[in-house]
Write a protein that binds this ligand. Structure first.
Ligand code: URA
Length: 268
């Protein structure tokens, strides 16, 4: 399909008749013109990492060295076993039926991180398969990608009772396994979906409304790898609850910035 037609259809899929005027919107938000990143090649450094690199403490890295792309699938399978046997949160949590480790390509260039499994995810063992998952699927395909090309994980790998927001001690227990997942996959870009994932990765208490749309970065001390650019955006469930042109336009602008960072057609 012609790229401009694909983008037009993506705009429609995101509920937007026309592409949002991203540059203007961002300039209005920040008071300064945003960085131009239209034709940035994927290997170039991010044009703007406006938050300091978040240094997330992982006490004892389970995998100490970068994992070769051919070994990432096996490393994730091994991590999954360790998680299910050792996670201080998931091995003691009550009320869930199974853990939801994450799924997608072990060599994904793009990783999405959500909050925790919900009812459907708990039933199927797969992340983002309920209503929020359908919206995430739409977002991924609007970017010209498929679910199989990306990797999807959550901060918590077991469903909290009544889908409540994860508690700090739960995140402290389960979070290090997410960090290891990221370190194994080593995506080129991470999109954090909503407050809990953004707060964990960026080690901040700032709200998602202030953080979304602004490039940040994530890194593990001693990992020997470059910081990974992070784009925080709204959680698809929030988008569904607040389905306005403004929130849809903001999420689409965030995704377009990610597409630009990855060198995908239609990115900004
Ligand atoms: N919400 C999340 O954050 N993760 C899921 O897997 C499903 C819904």
């Amino acid at each position: 399909m012609d790229p401009s037609e694909r983008l037009r259809q993506a705009d429609l899929a995101m509920g937007l008749r026309t592409a949002p005027r991203w540059r203007d919107a961002r300039a209005a938000q920040s008071g300064t013109p945003p960085a131009v990143a239209a034709s940035r090649p994927p290997t170039e450094a991010p044009a703007r990492i406006s938050a300091p690199v978040a240094v997330v403490a992982v006490a004892a890295p389970i995998v100490a060295r970068p994992v070769h792309s051919s070994e990432r699938g096996a490393a994730l399978a091994e991590l999954r076993k360790r998680h299910d046997a050792e996670c201080p949160h998931c091995t003691t949590a009550k009320g869930h039926t199974q853990t939801v480790f994450g799924e997608g390509s072990p060599t994904a260039r793009l990783m999405f991180i959500g909050e925790a499994p919900g009812e459907q995810e708990d039933r199927t063992g797969r992340p983002f398969v309920g209503r929020a998952g359908e919206k995430l699927d739409e977002m991924i395909s609007a970017m010209g990608l498929s679910r199989e090309q990306v990797y999807i994980a959550n901060v918590l790998k077991s469903r909290p009772p009544d889908n409540r927001t994860p508690l700090q001690h739960e995140i402290d227990g389960c979070g290090p396994f997410l960090m290891e997942q990221i370190r194994i996959i080593r995506p080129e870009v991470i999109v954090t979906l909503g407050g809990p994932a953004t707060k964990l990765l960026l080690a901040t208490e700032e709200g998602i409304t202030r953080l979304r749309g602004v490039w940040a970065a994530w890194s593990v001390p001693g990992s020997g790898t470059d910081p990974i650019p992070v784009m925080p955006t709204y959680h698809p469930a929030y988008l569904l609850r607040n389905y306005t042109p403004k929130t849809r336009g903001e999420v689409w602008a965030d995704l377009k910035a990610v597409m630009g960072r990855l060198g995908l057609p239609g990115g900004t």
